[in-house]
Structure formats: C-alpha cells, structure tokens
Design a protein around this ligand. Structure first.
Ligand code: HEM
Length: 398
C-alpha cells in the first residue's frame, strides 16, 4: 500500500511540483493527508468541482474560522468565499459593481508612485529582502487604501494576518493564543468600523465610500456584510498578491534572459505575469465539502468528504499545459485556474494583475540582472497558499 502524501510535510512544502506530478500519475483524485482529504489533481476535474457548488460546498470551511472557543462572531467566516448560493450570489452582485469599477482603475497612478518610491530605495540598497522591500508593502498599502485605513496600521498587518490564519488551528489548551485571536478580531473590527464611520460622514475617493453609497441607494449591504467583506479583502488581497510579486522576482533571478526581454519589450510583462501565476500559483489549493454522495472520475466520495482542489497540480496537467514544468512566455494554452473558476472567481483579479505589472514596469528599466542570495527559500506552511516568506536578492543596475 502506498503511503499518503502529507501536504503539510516539509518535503512537500519545499518541492510540491515533483510530488504533485506523482499524484497525477496515481490518478485524477487521490487521498492525501492531513485528514484523508481527496486531492483533485487534474485540470478538467478541478474545473468540474469548482463550477458545481450544488455538489461541492464552500461553507464547510467556515467552521474552521468559527470555533466555539472564539465566543464571538468572526466576520471572515461569513464572507464571500465561505458562502454557497443563493446567499453568495446576492452579496457578490452587490459588491461586484463597485469592485470592478473605476475605483480600481483610479488606484493606478497611486500604485505607480508607491512602486517608484520603493524601487528607488531598493536600488540604493542593492542587496535586499525583496519581500520586505517591495512584495509586501505594495499589496498591503493598496488594501489600506481600498479599506480607507490609515497606512500607519501597516505595522500591525503581519500580526493580524497571522492571528486570523491561526484561528483554524489553535491548540485546544492554548488559552493565551485564543485570547490573542479574540483581541485581534476586536482590534481589526474597531479600526474598520472607525474608517467606515469616517467615510459615512465624509465620503472619499475609495472603494469603501463607493460601497457605503451603494448601500444608501436601496440595495443595502448590512453592516455585518460590509465588515465581512473588508475582512476578506484583507485576508485574500494581501498575501496572495505578495507571493505573486515575490514569485515573479524569483523567476527573473532564475531566467536572466527573460529579464532582458521584458526590459526591451515591456508589452510582454502581462504575459510574464500570467505564466508566473500558472507556474507558481499563490493560491495552491481550494477546499470544498461534498454536499451529497458524489462520484468524481469514477471515485465515490461520501457526503461530507473534504476535497482539496489542487490548483498547483491542475496548472501542470500535461494534457492541458504541454511541457508544463517549463516556464514558457509564449504559452498559448488554456486559461490557468490560479484565480479560481466559477461563482467564486477572484474579485481582485484586475487589481492583482495591475499591481504585479506596475511593479515590474517600474523595476525593470533600472535592473540589468537580479540574483538570488540564498541557497534555500523559506516557504509559507499552508495548505492553501504558497510563497516565499523572505527573498534575499542582489540587484545589478543597468
Ligand atoms: C495573485 C493574487 C490573487 C490570487 C492568486 C487570488 C486567488 C483567488 C482564488 C483562487 C479565489 C477563489 C476562492 C474559492 O473559489 O474558494 C479568490 C477569491 C477571492 N479573491 Fe482573490 N486572489 C488574489 C488577489 C486578490 C485581491 C488583490 C483581492 C482584493 C483586494 C482578492 C479578493 C478576493 C475575493 C473577495 C474573493 C472571493 C470571491 C467570491 O467568493 O465570490 N483577491 N481569489
């Protein structure tokens, strides 16, 4: 009997692609650890699960973020990614209009100015942790702008993100950590509420003001729904985009010839960002729960089974992405699933792409070469997101 792959083991976190290739050889759906989840390894089956919310629910994961010990509501547990139809559709329709609208495009000049300022500092230092210098500050600042939060709060973001992620996995006896998680939720809620009240009195040029005005126009988001939406922008919008920025820098270190091409032809940057998203997705997996007994690729899954849709594996499915282990800028294949698929397709897709493209457009005119300054990357340990925690690099000016 084969031993099950542990998706939280060090070997897997450090080198998932070799293990995922082996899983794909075993079949389109394979049982893995922790907990005997069913990993969906291939593109077609991944798409099928994600576009069948009537069979595969997103609500199961709410429980992880709303444990009894919390003793208070966690706004994240009630947010879009954890809702099924019909609740999901109503809420998404209300926020979609504002999220894809001019509010996002209006951010472009500010993002560019922020990137320029950060890159000027980075080029002075030359040897930096790319994550700290650029990949974290851009998405984190942008989310502050979206939420109407004071950027002075950025210094708390890391702790907030850490505590929220931890709610799903606090040890039953770790009362100190439980207390810390409660305090963090209170603190975040207080700040968001303060920003909401201020925007209600004096609307600004931001998403928060747009959403409040939409609420005033009849089709209202309830105060709880607004709060949940802000929590999900914070948790979904920062870490994923940070890793996209980090992975694109890592690709440029590994492929100096690509850096040269992109500098000479900046119109290729969006293609490069897409191939980075396919090759090293920030959201490596999505979780669903079976709402009834269901069969996927001839495997019977009982009601309640947890399904792990491996976006990282689907992105290298040889049937859909020939030579999938190679980074190919000119790739003309199917759309990757790195922003999800179906009703939960990422709301921040435009923004994430814009941030990644701007960072490279502003960086590349100054850089002739970039080199990694570490033998071993420190990767995040998570089932659902993956990226470098730090990325020491040296930049050589043009
Ligand atoms: C590279 C960056 C990003 C990646 C890879 C990414 C990936 C994803 C994925 C895979 C989903 C689907 C979740 C599911 O089906 O369960 C999703 C949903 C979502 N994303 Fe993103 N995301 C990114 C950036 C952002 C940003 C910048 C924001 C907002 C500031 C954002 C907001 C959301 C929201 C609100 C949802 C939930 C949509 C729904 O459930 O209807 N994301 N994202």
């Amino acid at each position: 009997m084969r031993t099950r792959l542990d998706c939280l083991s060090r070997e897997f976190i450090e080198n998932p692609h070799a293990h995922l290739a082996e899983l794909r050889r075993q079949g389109p759906i394979v049982q893995v650890d922790p907990g005997g989840m069913w990993a969906v390894t291939r593109y077609d089956e991944a798409q099928h699960v994600l576009k069948s919310p009537q069979l595969f629910s997103s609500t199961g994961m709410r429980l992880a973020f709303q444990p009894e010990w919390l003793g208070r509501a966690n706004p994240l547990a009630e947010s879009l990614p954890f809702l099924d139809p019909p609740q999901h559709g109503r809420l998404r329709t209300l926020v979609l209009r504002d999220f894809t609208s001019a509010a996002i495009k209006r951010l472009e000049p500010r993002i560019r100015a922020l990137a320029r300022e950060r890159i000027a500092r980075l080029m002075e230092q030359r040897t930096v942790d790319y994550m700290e210098a650029l990949a974290v500050p851009i998405p984190a600042t942008v989310v502050c702008w979206l939420l109407g939060l004071d950027t002075a709060l950025l210094k708390h973001f890391e702790r907030w993100a850490h505590d929220i992620a931890l709610i799903g996995g606090v040890h039953p006896e770790d009362t100190k950590q439980m207390e810390q998680c409660r305090r963090t939720l209170d603190e975040m809620e207080r700040h968001v509420q303060g920003a909401l009240d201020a925007r209600r009195k004096t609307p600004g040029d931001d998403l928060m003001s747009d959403l409040l005005q939409a609420s005033a126009g009849g089709q209202a988001l309830t105060p709880q729904e607004l709060m949940s939406f802000f929590f999900v922008l914070f948790t979904g919008g920062v870490e994923t985009t940070t890793y996209l920025l980090g992975q694109s820098a890592r690709m440029l270190c590994q492929h100096p010839e690509l850096l040269l091409r992109l500098r000479q032809t900046p119109a290729l940057i969006p293609r490069f960002v897409e191939e980075t998203l396919r090759y090293e997705p920030s959201a490596v997996a999505l979780l669903r729960t079976c709402l009834q007994d269901v069969t996927v690729a001839d495997t019977a899954l009982p009601k309640g089974s947890v399904v792990l849709v491996s976006l990282a594996s689907a992105a290298r499915d040889e049937k859909v992405f020939p030579d999938g282990d190679r980074f190919i800028l000119e790739r003309e294949s199917a759309q990757h699933l790195s922003f999800g698929h179906g009703i939960h397709f990422c709301l921040g897709v435009m923004l994430a792409r814009m941030e990644a493209c701007i960072a490279l457009e502003e960086l590349l005119p100054h850089v002739g070469r970039m080199e990694l300054r570490t033998e071993r990357i420190d990767w995040t340990t998570s089932l659902v997101v993956r990226g470098p925690r730090t990325l020491p690099v040296e930049l050589f000016p043009t």
